[in-house]
Each structure stands twice: as C-alpha cells, then as structure tokens.
Design a binder for this molecule. Sequence first.
Ligand code: HEC
Length: 128
Amino acid sequence: MKESFILAAVLAVALGSGAQADPTERIKIDAGRQFFDANCHRCHSVDADKASYGPLLEGVVGRRAGSFPGYPYSKALAAAGFVWTKGAIRAWIEANDQLVPGTKMRHVGITDPTVQDFIVEYLASLKP
Ligand code: HEC
C-alpha cells in the first residue's frame, strides 16, 4: 500500500518535471532516483568525488563485481567474478546475501519488480 502511494507521488513529480525524448524512460529514471535516495543513498555515493561506506555506484552497470579500485570489498564479493548486468543488480537488491553469500552489504530486500526496474534504470543512466 505504502509503496503504491509513493509510486503515484513519484510519477506525479516525474510527469511534472518536463519529460524529454523518451518520457517513459525519463519517468523510470526519476522514479528510480527517488527509490535509490530512500533505500541506497545512505551507504552509496553516485559521485566519484564523494566517498561513502559502500562502493561508488556511478558506472556500476557493466562493471565487474567487487572491482572498484581502492574499495575494501568483502572476500566474497571480490571473488565473485561476474559482471553487473541489469539482471544481476535486480537479483542483488532482492536478495544480495543469496546472490553472494558472505557479502558485507546488509540485506535490503527490494522485491517489487517495478521498483527493481526503476532503480536499475536509474543506475544504468549514471555514466562516469
Ligand atoms: C547499509 C548499507 C548499504 C545499503 C543500504 C545498500 N548497500 Fe549496496 N553495498 C554496501 C556495501 C558495504 C557493499 C560492499 C559489499 C561487499 O564488499 O561485500 C555494497 C555493494 C553493492 C553493490 C556491488 C558494487 C560493486 O562494486 O561490486 C551494488 C551494485 C549495490 N551495493 C547496490 C545497492 C543498491 C541498489 C542499494 C539500494 C537498493 C544498496 N546497495 C543498499 C552497503 C549498502
């Protein structure tokens, strides 16, 4: 219930903020930013100039897991060896401790596929 209310509010804001070439894409990204701010931003920076407790997520789509230079990853994530596709990020935010047992990221449990989609599209829009 709460999530659908937030979703409606987010869409209202996104629709009012002047959609550009692909409005649907723009709305997803704007919605994703709001969900990211609510669920991820306290631990993750999306700005290379700002360090955070978790690894930088700007440019994460297409990056090898556990590979951001200088970040002290858990042994589990550093050894995971896969690349962050959109699908891998969905699985991670749904159940990160199942995707990579031994990770030091606390379980976040984003199970709503729409919310997963928004967050992933937002992350994919962040190019270093
Ligand atoms: C309580 C703090 C915290 C929260 C909240 C959090 N994370 Fe993380 N995240 C971490 C930490 C710490 C790691 C490093 C994990 C490791 O080394 O095992 C990490 C790792 C990651 C990675 C892997 C990055 C890489 O370089 O391999 C991704 C992707 C990620 N988080 C996405 C998210 C998203 C999206 C959210 C919100 C839905 C989120 N995280 C919420 C702390 C957090």
